[in-house]
Design a protein around this ligand. Structure first.
Ligand SMILES: [Zn+2]
Length: 310
């Protein structure tokens, strides 16, 4: 928090978690950079929105990259994956537009999936077009349109580290600044420093990408804002975690339906599914699949009439 001003910021860096994401497969350099930047952005937004659940950033591309998915839960546990078109050749310096928006049909979606969903409750999803030439710009546009929050992001990733800086201008109209920071009220504070936002952004804009990659976040914070009074909170620690399970894969098969599953079993003998995020292997033979649908049929049968209320 910047003292006496409606500005807050966050810094993130991930090395182990980011390297675990990349351990599963090798992506072309431009795709890897984009995925790493999205990973930093997801952690920043998760802390920023203080949402009790998972934040899922997805890009549905119409270029060589078909899908990029990054998830971060309330405990800052992250996972990420990218899917490329078969035989696609991606130049090292490919731009965001070249990667995912060649025909203007790429889409960026942010999903807020509550941790303690009530039965029938849907996750919230906002979708925006892919305007801009960086992940940071796309998210800045989203935050302005969906959350009406003036937010700036600086993101960078290479094969070892993913780093990001977020600055946000809090609403002026007497909104409480950071409930945990002592409940100062921005609009009524006579000492409010109205130029702080411009200063904070101008200084952050001097950071070059290579500087962001080479500098640990506390050094960066001091280097940028040594003249400002900044209140620094206890750091939290992101980690890699995949929440996939045999039960979830089973539920996915149930969604496909018995007919589809039986037909795949007839072709393959056994269904083998690898998790795109962590590589975990799941196998379902005909007995496993039969149990999936039998268990379903039994629970349907015992459901009393009128119990399917929403
Ligand atoms: Zn997994």
């Amino acid at each position: 928090m910047f003292a006496h001003s409606p500005v807050r910021g966050e810094l993130v860096e991930m090395s182990d978690a980011w390297q675990q994401v990349q351990a599963l497969r090798t992506y072309p350099a431009a795709v890897s950079t984009m995925l790493g930047e999205m990973l930093a952005a997801a952690a920043l937004l998760s802390a920023n929105l203080k949402f009790n659940g998972s934040i899922i950033l997805q890009i549905h591309g119409d270029g060589p990259v078909q899908l990029l998915v990054v998830e971060c839960d309330a405990l800052l546990r992250v996972r990420a994956t990218a899917k490329l078109q078969a035989d696609s050749v991606v130049p090292d310096n490919a731009s965001l537009q070249q990667l995912v928006n060649q025909h203007g049909e790429g889409r960026f979606a942010i999903t807020l999936d509550p941790a303690d969903k009530l039965p029938g409750q849907q996750a919230y999803q906002g979708i925006v077009s892919l305007d801009g030439d960086s992940v940071a710009t796309v998210i800045e546009n989203y935050m302005m349109r969906s959350e009406q929050l003036d937010t700036r992001l600086w993101l960078a990733a290479d094969e070892t580290v993913s780093r990001g800086l977020l600055l946000q201008k809090l609403p002026d109209e007497g909104g409480t600044v950071g409930g945990t920071a002592g409940g100062t009220t921005a609009g009524t504070d006579p000492d409010t420093d109205t130029d702080a936002w411009n200063r904070a952004v101008t200084l952050a804009s001097t950071v070059r990408e290579d500087e962001l990659l080479d500098t640990d976040i506390m050094t960066l914070l001091k280097r940028l804002y040594w003249e400002e009074t900044v209140r620094v909170f206890e750091p939290r620690h992101p980690s890699f975690h995949c929440g996939c399970s045999r039960e979830k894969v089973g539920n996915m098969l149930k969604l496909l339906g018995k007919e589809e599953v039986d037909s795949a079993l007839a072709d393959l003998g056994e269904l083998e599914i690898d998790c795109d995020f962590c590589g975990q292997h799941y196998a379902f033979d005909s007995v496993d699949c039969m149990q999936l649908f039998t268990a379903d049929a039994i629970s349907d049968a015992v459901q009393l009439p009128g119990s399917q209320q929403h």
